[in-house]
Design a protein around this ligand. Structure first.
Ligand code: ZN
Length: 152
């Protein structure tokens, strides 16, 4: 079995329920920034920093090894704009754009997604999750949505 098939098979066997497909995309549970025919952007419910956005395809792809090329490219373009929107909305000093492929690469949700994370000079560059209140999440998502809509 080739490496690609082994990875996809391994990942699919690990998770039948997809939180992005079921909760985020189907039930619209979350704070949303952007949506088009193929892609959705929303706030990470356990952000590394306030303003941590996830961008994902609406259709289920596990990771970079099986995602459709056109959908992949659309997500990259949205990530580019989102980086500027998050930078502006959070007054960050820099932005991480990250994407994990496979459990051993720290992929936790087996539905392709990109992280857009604001970073601040002097703060630790770690991946510890923060707990934001509903009101804080609402406010930061409003500011990012506003900044994003000014850029598109
Ligand atoms: Zn999914």
């Amino acid at each position: 079995m080739c490496l690609y098939i082994r990875i996809v098979f391994h990942v699919r066997m690990q998770q039948d329920y997809c939180v992005f497909c079921e909760r985020v995309i189907k039930e619209k549970d979350g704070f949303f920034i952007y949506e088009d025919d193929t892609t959705i952007a929303f706030m990470d419910h356990a952000p590394v920093e306030a303003g941590h956005v996830l961008i994902a395809p609406k259709k289920h792809y596990v990771n970079v090894f099986d995602i459709d090329d056109e959908v992949f490219l659309n997500i990259q373009m949205i990530a580019k704009i989102m980086a500027s929107a998050v930078l502006k909305a959070t007054y960050a000093d820099g932005i991480n754009i990250g994407q994990n492929n496979g459990p051993c690469a720290n992929q936790r949700v087996m539905h392709y997604h990109i992280h857009v994370i604001p970073r601040f000079c002097g703060s630790n560059l770690n991946w510890e999750r923060k707990a934001l209140s509903e009101m804080e999440m609402k406010e930061i998502s409003r500011r990012i949505s506003e900044a994003f809509s000014e850029l598109v």
